[in-house]
Structure formats: C-alpha cells, structure tokens
Design a protein around this ligand. Structure first.
Ligand code: HPA
Length: 271
C-alpha cells in the first residue's frame, strides 16, 4: 500500500462522479436488495477500478455504486472480498481506505453469520457490539502502516456507540428483534466442526462468520465510525449439528432482508 496507489484509485472514482459521499455501505449476504432503493448515479464494476483486487469468477457482479439514498450521498459496495477467496487482508480492506479517502464519514456493514448463542434464532438480526478476530492476521500488519494512521490502533470500542444506539432505537420503533452480540471472524470457507462451535461459545462469541472484522479494523485505523449487522442464517448447535445447507442459508438471509433494509435506511436517514 502506498499513498500513490490510493490516490490513483480515488482520483479515478472522483473523475467518474464519486463526489462528496457521506456514507459508505458494504452489502453482504442478505442486504443486496438495498441497491433497489438507491437512486444510482454512477456504477462501476470492480474489475474496471484501478488497484481494486483482481477479480475471481464470483466477482463478475461486484460493483461500486454511487447515488442517493434517503437524501444522503452514499457509496455502496455491492459484493465484498473475502479472505477465503485468496485475497490478502490488505486487499480486502482497500475499498474501505478508498471510501474514507473519498470523504465518507461513516461506514455501515452487513453480513450473514451462524448463531453460536442458541437463544438467537435463524432469521434474527444481531448488531455487532464487539468482535473476536480469528482470521490469523491483521489488515494493519504492513510496513508503512503508520503513514495511514496509528499502527497500534485502539480497539476498546470498535463499533460506534452513537450509531449503535440509533440503530437499536430504529429496531425498536419498527418492532424488529435486534440482538447485540460478539461476532467471531474465521477464515473459512469450510464451516466449523462441532468442537470449533463449542470453542467459539466458550470464548464468548454469539455469532460466527467469514467477513467484516478486517473492514472494521481498518475503519478504526482511519477513525471512521462503523456499525455492522449480521443476519443469523443458521443455528450452530454442536450437540445437534446437521450438514451445512448453503441454499438454505441464502434463503434465510433473503427472508430477513426486508428487516435489514428497514434498519439501514432508517439509520442512513438519521446520519
Ligand atoms: N459459520 C457457520 N454458519 C454460518 C457462517 C459461518 O461462517 N456464515 C453463515 N452461517
């Protein structure tokens, strides 16, 4: 990572019309339909953005969008990069640095996760209150990191308290169950063993997934207020574990999507 690389990408996007964005949104599984609520002004495939990670097959549909949502100028990442696809932690988080350099002052992230806390049910939503990084590395572990922010980035409150408070109030108003919990990030792409689910519970995780934490660490590095919501797509009970059913996970995420959209739109309105 160099300032020059970041400047090239930022200048390219500004020239394409990504002017004065206020909010960045990362759409994970279960929030893709939010783009249907966006008045899109510019749309660029990741493959056409200089210095964005080189795409894999899955990424043919990955796009960066710019437009208006609830009266705010937003940048939306439609599709994210995962560690399990073979990218580095620095590559995965490069778009967050780009969004911050373009001017966003908050970042909203969504993902799909498995419920470790078995009082949380399939289809419920969980606001990330804290996280455990089990991805075996840091997106800040590179030589010139201090040129971009504090190397020893503080993590005592990784998720913005003010945004979280607003989000909980929006959930309440709309009668949407929004748990608050700890998200553990693993590399994947294999699912967890029964022993791993037991371990995740013991160490204090309420949910497990394969994303989000790298983006949140970089947002903290950049002093960019961040919030994240998980849709809990499956219940990870080690004493009654069934083989993973990916189509079902995607279906559950899809069913919960209207709730996610209500929360995200509500928050964007209030930022
Ligand atoms: N692990 C288990 N279940 C899940 C995950 C995961 O990473 N993501 C969505 N459901």
């Amino acid at each position: 990572m160099t300032q020059e690389i970041l400047n090239t990408t930022t200048a390219f996007l500004k020239e394409k019309g990504f002017q004065n964005p206020q909010i960045g949104v990362v759409l994970g599984t279960g929030l893709g339909q939010l783009v249907n609520h966006l008045q899109v002004e510019v749309e660029i495939n990741y493959t056409d953005i200089p210095n964005f990670p080189v795409s894999t097959v899955e990424f043919h549909s990955g796009k960066l969008l710019f437009g208006t949502l609830e009266g705010k100028k937003v940048i939306v990442m439609q599709g994210r990069f995962h560690l399990y696809e073979g990218y580095s932690l620095q590559e995965i988080t490069f778009p967050v640095r780009v969004m911050k350099a373009l001017g966003v002052s908050s970042l909203l992230v969504s993902n799909a996760a498995g419920a470790i806390n078995l009082s949380y049910k399939k289809g419920d939503l969980m606001l990330l209150d804290d996280h455990i990084n089990l991805q075996g590395g840091s997106p800040l572990a590179f030589k010139n990191v201090s040129n971009f922010g504090e190397r020893f980035t503080d993590m005592c409150a990784p998720y913005d308290a003010n945004l979280n408070k607003k989000m909980l109030a929006i959930a309440k108003e709309n009668e949407i169950t929004l748990h608050k919990g700890v998200y553990a990030a693993v590399v994947g792409p294999q699912l967890e063993t029964r022993a791993e689910y037991r371990y995740l519970k013991i160490i204090g995780a309420d949910a497990v997934g394969m994303s989000t934490v790298p983006e949140v660490i970089v947002a903290n590095h950049l002093n960019l207020p961040v919030i994240a919501v998980s849709v809990l797509t499956d219940e990870c009970n080690p004493d009654d574990l069934k083989p993973v059913n990916i189509p079902e996970i995607i279906a559950v995420a899809g069913e919960a999507e209207p709730k996610m959209i209500t929360l995200f739109k509500g928050l964007i309105q209030q930022i």
